[in-house]
Design a protein around this ligand. Structure first.
Ligand SMILES: Nc1ncnc2c1ncn2[C@@H]1O[C@H](COP(=O)(O)OP(=O)(O)OP(=O)(O)O)[C@@H](O)[C@H]1O
Length: 270
């Protein structure tokens, strides 16, 4: 059986100034990794500009690699037709960085859930209002909310944490197999970060989801990842089982990254 997701020697070069532009930015360089069929959380960490978001965009089929191959369930992630794109999005869903950008401030958040439920609900018949509300409520239940709590509310009437949970619930409605979460906690209050990442772990177990968790935050990555990839300037410098890599980093850059976290976040208070 093919792996769920395979990246094989993937490179992405951005050319600035159009096709004839001289300046090239190698955002991702010869990156290879796999996500297997067992549910897992794979973190991709690295400093700003190391190519993390570009990898997310390529996995989501939003931008094509310059070289190399990305496959989902053994098929190239090259999405041309509308039907093909929809089938792919049913299985692979993004969770965006800033929930306040994901939702239009003038639109009630339940509308997003209902629209997603309407467009992704399985079966030939159009779901009725009751079914749509049930799907939204079920998805919200997985993130510790209920439809009653968000119904009729505008984004500013929810806390950042509630809004990010609602965004995650929306991503769950199509019953995806893989979530691509690009910096999902960077805009959330530090005190709520652990709660959101713990939620990822819970979703992995409850729903059999795999999650690509892209972050600067080594601490949360340490707690929830099965595996970790450390990137620098577009390249993978180290990858492996998260605890092993972070307990005993082999590469000098991984060690520096860990040192930086230890001195900033974990300085003893007493
Ligand atoms: N559309 C684009 N056009 C040109 N260059 C780009 C584009 N998108 C990203 N880049 C460049 O590619 C490199 C990798 O960027 P990317 O956003 O993937 O890194 P990142 O690790 O996600 O950074 P951050 O943590 O700040 O989001 C950077 O040098 C960036 O400036």
């Amino acid at each position: 059986m093919s792996a769920l997701l395979t990246l094989s020697h993937v490179t992405k070069i951005y050319r600035q100034g159009g096709m004839l532009g001289r300046r090239q930015i190698v955002a991702v360089k010869d990156v290879s990794f796999e996500i297997g069929n067992e549910p897992e959380i794979l973190s991709i960490v690295g400093e700003s500009g190391s190519g993390k978001s570009t990898i997310a965009a390529m996995i989501l089929g939003q931008t094509a690699p310059t070289q190399g191959i990305l496959q989902f369930r053994g098929k190239a992630v090259a999405l041309h037709g509308k039907a093909e794109r929809r089938a792919f999005m049913r299985e692979v869903q993004p969770v965006l960085q800033n929930p306040f950008e994901a939702f239009n401030p003038l639109k009630r958040v339940d509308r997003y859930l209902f629209e997603t439920a309407r467009s992704f609900s399985a079966g030939a018949r159009k779901p009725d209002r009751q079914q749509i509300e049930r799907l939204a409520d079920e998805a919200l239940g997985h993130v510790g909310l209920s439809l009653a709590e968000v119904k009729g509310r505008f984004p500013h009437e929810l806390s950042g944490g509630q809004l990010q949970r609602t965004a995650i619930a929306r991503a769950l409605i199509p019953q995806p197999r893989l979530l691509i979460a690009d910096e999902p906690v960077s805009m959330v209050d530090a005190s709520l970060r652990m709660a959101i990442v713990n939620l990822f772990e819970q979703l992995k177990h409850e729903l059999g989801l795999s999650i690509v968790y892209i972050t600067h935050d080594l601490a949360t990555a340490y707690y929830i990842s099965d595996r970790i990839i450390i990137m620098r300037k577009g390249e993978i410098v180290e990858q492996g089982e998260a605890r092993k890599v972070l307990d005993n980093p082999q590469h000098s850059y991984s060690r520096a990254l860990k040192e930086a976290v230890l001195s900033a976040d974990f300085a003893p208070t007493a």
